[in-house]
Design a protein around this ligand. Structure first.
Ligand code: PAF
Length: 285
């Protein structure tokens, strides 16, 4: 496994793989790798890709009061995980390598970036979209893999790739969960025992919402109110950013559930902000 710190060295290594006829698979990450990331790496490996993992805690997607400084950076452990899972190249640039000069060019994906997390994290998706374009231009992958847990991020990237005609396939992979349903996240490590226990209510409320829809309930307000009731009953909840039922593609609110909908939640336990979602396809009912 090669560890490349510079854009130049990662390009050289990938050029050789491409010349040898390999399909290039990219898994963009911010490190602190867990089984969710590993599932993306494995998916790429099974597809037969030349597997490139990027590890870069991207400063431009953090707000001024967010956790950039304390975001976990267990690089040695991450490299071991990559090595154990057959990654070919890990690209670990520092901030100076990725942002060599004052950034004057930004990528904004309108509309899809605005609701849900966009309302609570201004500039977040602009930072994500911009760094993904940079990574796509550096690595020039044939396929890039993203987790469905960050459903809005996945929708933003899909739309950006379509709008800007990137010759690239985006593959969304299922959320990986703990045995009790909590979605894996690098931020789960911030939770106290009580918060960790309480946080399982996010997924259980999502499942109940899905059951309501499957039983024929269509009023989004009623379904969201049920989720709210379950979540607010926990001790360590500090706030709810949103409980939203939206069209799975456009991410716009729906008052009546129909077609493919995304039920999405962002809530804070202590100071840790957790997100999760479920997609329900009413067309298959
Ligand atoms: O999902 C993440 O870890 C990040 O948002 C990403 C896609 C690597 C961009 O920095």
């Amino acid at each position: 496994m090669k560890v490349a710190k510079t854009i130049k060295s990662v390009r050289v290594a990938i050029k050789a793989a491409r010349k040898a006829g390999r399909t290039i698979g990219l898994i963009p990450t911010m490190g602190a790798l867990h089984r969710g990331h590993i599932s993306l790496i494995e998916r790429s490996g099974k597809h037969g890709d030349f597997v490139v993992v990027s590890i870069f805690v991207n400063p431009t997607q953090f707000g001024p009061k967010e956790d950039l400084a304390k975001y976990p950076r267990p690089l040695r452990k991450d490299l071991r995980i990559c090595e154990d899972h057959g990654v070919d190249i890990v690209f670990v640039p520092d901030a100076k390598e990725m942002y060599r000069q004052e950034e004057l060019t930004w990528v904004d994906v309108d509309k899809i970036s605005e609701p849900l997390c966009g309302r609570f994290r201004p500039g977040h998706f602009r930072g994500v979209a911009t760094v993904c374009v940079k990574l796509f231009n550096i690595v020039q992958p044939d396929i890039a893999y993203f987790g469905q847990k960050d459903a809005q991020q996945l929708a933003v990237i899909r739309r950006m790739v379509a709008d800007l005609n990137f010759p690239l396939k985006i593959v969304g992979c299922p959320t990986v969960r703990e045995a009790d349903g909590l979605a894996l996240s690098s931020r789960n490590r911030y939770l106290s025992l009580q918060q960790r226990k309480d946080a399982t209510c996010i997924y259980s409320s999502l499942k109940i919402a899905r059951e309501m829809i499957e039983a024929g309930r269509t009023n989004s307000k009623t379904i969201a109110a049920k989720i709210r009731k379950i979540i607010t009953a926990t001790k360590s909840l500090s706030s709810i950013d949103y409980i939203s039922i939206v069209d799975a593609e456009t991410l716009q609110d729906v008052s009546r559930v129909a077609g493919r909908v995304l039920i999405a939640i962002a809530a804070r336990f202590g100071s840790t902000r957790l997100i999760d979602n479920l997609t329900v396809d009413c067309r298959t009912r």
